[in-house]
Design a protein around this ligand. Structure first.
Ligand code: MGD
Ligand code: MGD
Ligand code: MO
Length: 638
């Protein structure tokens, strides 16, 4: 980063970083525009118009903090502290601004706890069922693979830093297979692209196991008796019917996967955003165990690397500060705000998240946010859809303006970052805001006076071997440090190879599902957009245009009289969204892709695709089923 006279003028990747190697993803490359955007929030605001109207007046920090403390105290004394709900997720991967003072504050208060399920818990639960630990093949080791299976992972959009390692492996002869109902960039560059029906991956994984067992290709010392019986029920012909992938292709992939070594699977979170998604991840994650791939450098699987970040989060979050409290699943926010009654949610504090845009069953979420008797506080950098429903909006800093220690999403490096520029106006870090609120609430506990450095030291005080020798002083010198994860992170670890309960039942909302009536015959996938970070760049016109689109297969478009560029309505029993059709070989027939997610306030009708998505949760992990959604599409009368 180049800073001239206190102004950041250039943002670059660090060429010495072993994973990111000097290049930035599409989102961070444009971050300085965000940093200095005229729409940045710079002062506390109080709502003056109706909820959702976006009318606010400027107030001082003192009056904002005092009003919030007063309202929270009143709600807690009338309804009990569990009537207060914190809501936060992916705005930052920093520990201090993501899960530090905020958690201390809500724990001390006795507020409801939030089960943060909206992204990754289903897959994590699947991996935990199989291995009891969330580790995987390091991205640097993908270069050694001879077969790379990219399964429900949009690598060139969501995980670009893995691509150079895949390219290097391919230069050395590796084969690349992609399993995705959508023709993503990486799918179009693959040696083989298989397009399963959305949500059918568990059946595909069982089909691969079927062939591996049937042909005696497994290399596994564990007890596979029940898994063998389960897999025997999924011969390729049946799996073809369940997944839409030809039996011959299943046979070929199984044989390739079991015989080319080392083979690595990059399964990302695309697979698990569906009703059978947790168990699908579990079944997929057993494939390397069955074929001995964990024992070879460059073999194995990566879903996540999060298990290596074994920091002392209890010391950071202090769950001991307050009484036990009920837990609310964030993927069910609409229900929590409209149906929960013991006690009802009377105050909502949102930070690092934009639920009005990203949460499923949007009509219910917005109905909840519009409740006049709900006191809502939103900590934000921008005036998001959620902020427009707030009673009080507080301006916050960006990662260029505050200290934090960062978790990694897909590699094993931990990183410290210090502020590089001053915040605009009166913006403050989340950590500072929750410190102020704790003080205004009269919380006397010493931990509310901890500085950022104190908190980083507390986090690093862990017996975990992955963090041995990593101190704040070392981080200060080196910025980014690789955790001590062995080269073969799963070798020799116990694995649960049981086949229970791994039977595949088609998701309720899928072409073979119990809810399928033909009224809404298309399966919609609203996966990540290239230049977006979820809803974070939704104020940009180019991002808005990219997320105002529904991609249809030519056969599905022709059957509905839809041409490329036409205005269409995508609808089901929950809602309707107006988008622009893109017609081409972007998806398998029967599938619609609508890149996520538009700011609802910028869409006609004030809704985005999440108005179409149910709040049914995943088989395990309580996740949202964003990619199991039946819809119909019709041309709009202009
Ligand atoms: N550019 C960009 N990068 C991002 C983000 C972003 O918004 N934009 N978001 C970040 C976040 S929060 C996350 S969680 C990660 C997610 O990273 P990924 O998991 O890679 O991204 P997704 O778009 O959720 O899904 C990946 C792929 O799964 C496919 N898919 C959907 N349903 C199915 C299915 O049933 N089976 C199979 N096999 N494939 C399916 C989709 O078509 C998509 O191409 O990306 C992160 N990186
Ligand atoms: N249809 C559909 N919906 C989805 C998904 C999908 O694939 N399809 N993906 C889901 C997934 S995987 C995820 S992770 C969620 C993501 O949903 P969210 O976690 O809500 O992520 P964002 O939409 O990026 O919103 C984060 C907000 O935090 C703000 N922010 C950034 N830094 C800070 C900070 O330091 N302090 C505060 N207070 N705010 C900050 C940003 O300005 C931004 O408005 O969306 C989910 N929703
Ligand atoms: Mo996510």
């Amino acid at each position: 980063m180049t800073v001239e006279d206190g102004h950041a003028t250039k943002l670059r990747g660090n060429p010495a970083h072993p994973v990111t190697r000097g290049f930035l993803c599409a989102k961070v490359a444009q971050y300085l525009e965000r940093e200095y955007h005229p729409a940045r929030l710079t002062h506390p605001l109080r709502r003056t118009g109706a909820k959702g109207s976006g009318q606010f007046e400027r107030i001082s920090w003192d009056s904002a903090v005092n009003e919030i403390a007063e309202r929270l105290r009143a709600v807690a004394s009338e309804y009990g502290p569990e009537s207060i709900l914190p809501y936060s997720y992916g705005g930052t991967l920093g520990y201090l601004q993501g899960r530090g003072m905020d958690r201390r504050f809500f724990h001390r208060l006795g507020a409801s706890r939030l089960d943060r399920t909206i992204c990754a818990t289903a897959g994590a639960a699947g991996l935990m069922e199989a291995y009891g630990v969330r580790l995987g093949t390091a991205p640097e080791h993908f270069v050694h693979a001879r077969l790379i299976v990219v399964w429900g992972a949009n690598v060139l959009t969501t995980n670009v830093h893995l691509w150079p390692f895949i390219l290097e492996a391919r230069r050395q002869g590796a084969r690349l297979v992609v399993i995705d109902p959508v023709v993503t960039k990486i799918a179009s560059l693959a040696d083989l692209h298989l397009k399963p029906y959305p949500g059918s991956d568990l059946a595909l994984a069982l089909g691969l196991m079927h062939v591996i067992f049937r042909d005696g290709l497994e290399k596994c010392a564990g007890d596979t008796a029940t898994l063998r019986v389960r897999a025997a029920e999924y011969p390729p012909e049946r799996v073809e019917q369940l997944t839409g992938i030809a039996a011959a292709a299943i046979e070929d992939l199984a044989r390739e996967y079991a015989t080319i070594r080392p083979a690595v699977i990059r399964v990302n979170y695309g697979v698990q955003r569906s009703e059978r998604g947790g168990r699908a991840v579990r079944a997929i994650s057993l494939l390397p165990a069955l074929t001995g791939n964990w024992d070879e450098l460059g073999g194995g699987l990566q879903l996540t690397t999060s298990g290596a970040f074994d920091l002392n989060t209890d010391a950071l979050e202090r769950p001991d500060l307050g009484p036990p409290a009920r837990t609310i699943n964030m993927s069910l926010l609409g229900q929590a705000l409209t149906a929960t009654d013991d006690p009802p949610v009377k105050a909502l504090v949102v930070y690092n998240s934009n639920p009005a845009a990203v949460a499923p069953n949007q009509n219910l979420v917005l109905r909840g946010l519009a409740r006049e008797d709900l006191f809502t506080v939103v900590l934000e950098q921008f005036h998001t859809g959620t902020a427009s429903y707030a009673d009080i909006v507080l301006p916050v800093t960006t990662f260029l303006e505050h200290t934090d220690l960062y978790f990694a999403y897909g590699h094993y490096h931990i990183q410290l970052a210090r502020p590089a520029v001053a915040p605009p106006g009166e913006a403050k870090p989340n950590s500072e805001i929750f410190r102020l609120l704790a003080n205004a609430m009269g919380f006397q506990d010493a931990c509310f006076h901890d500085t950022s450095d104190d908190m980083i030291r507390q986090l690093l005080a862990t017996p975990s071997p992955f963090l041995a020798g990593i101190t704040l002083e070392r981080l200060e010198r080196e910025h980014s440090i690789r955790l001590h994860v062995p080269d073969l992170p799963m070798a020799g670890r116990p694995v649960d190879l049981s086949g229970e309960p791994l039977a595949y039942v088609p998701p309720v909302e899928s072409r073979h599902g119990a809810d399928y009536s033909g009224q809404y015959p298309l399966e919609m996938v609203s996966s990540k957009n290239h230049d977006s970070m979820n809803s974070s760049f939704g104020y940009r016109d180019d991002v808005d245009a990219q997320t105002a689109v529904a991609e249809l297969h030519p056969a599905d478009a022709a059957a509905r009289g839809i041409v490329d560029g036409a205005a269409v309505e995508v609808f089901n029993s929950r809602g309707a969204v107006r988008l622009t059709a893109r017609v081409g070989d972007f998806v398998r027939p029967g599938v619609v892709r609508a890149p996520m997610v538009r700011w609802p306030g910028r869409s006609p009708g004030g809704r985005n695709v999440n108005a179409l998505i149910s709040d049914r949760t995943t088989d395990i992990g309580g996740g949202a089923t964003f990619y199991n959604c039946l819809v119909e599409v019709r041309p709009c009368a202009e």
